[in-house]
Design a protein around this ligand. Structure first.
Ligand SMILES: [Zn+2]
Ligand SMILES: [Zn+2]
Length: 149
């Protein structure tokens, strides 16, 4: 079963070889609010071997973080939908914007981070792990999809 997604205009399409829809984490940080033009981002963590662009050629925006890590953001060059990114601090992973998956209406959010920046009207469900700032690496373990290379 192929898990597919793409941009708003349809020029860029991608597929996840994960066999099932990934779970997502939500980041409520200010940067994510600005990136998304919304209250938070929904992100899936996919091993890079399980991610493939299947149509179109995404445009690249590269940003060096204050920590020195390089964030590579891939967008549709036509409609500018932000699709996925990689980060030099976390090699081997692709972070996919959950809202660009075809089945985004079926996503389950299993972790919230940077909740100290969340919009006050966003009410988190009980029992879902939430961190005021970044979360330890172990917190993402159950989220990671795709075979280890
Ligand atoms: Zn597009
Ligand atoms: Zn964020």
């Amino acid at each position: 079963m192929s898990i597919d997604g793409g941009c708003r205009c349809g020029a860029v399409r991608y597929a996840l070889a994960t066999g099932h829809l990934p779970q997502v984490y939500c980041c409520h940080c200010r940067d994510c609010q600005t990136w998304s033009g919304s209250a938070f981002t929904e992100q899936a963590v996919v091993r890079d071997g399980a991610f493939a662009v299947t149509a179109g050629a995404p445009a690249l925006f590269e940003l060096t973080n204050p920590s020195g890590s390089i964030s590579r953001q891939y967008v549709c060059g036509n409609c500018h939908t932000r699709l996925y990114n990689t980060n030099s601090a976390r090699p081997g992973f692709v972070i996919v914007r959950g809202g660009t998956l075809d089945a985004s209406d079926a996503l389950e959010a299993v972790l919230h981070i940077w909740t100290k920046r969340k919009q006050p009207w966003v009410v988190l469900p009980e029992g879902v792990p939430a961190f005021e700032e970044r979360a330890p690496a172990e917190a993402f373990g159950s989220l990671i999809v795709g075979e280890a290379q």
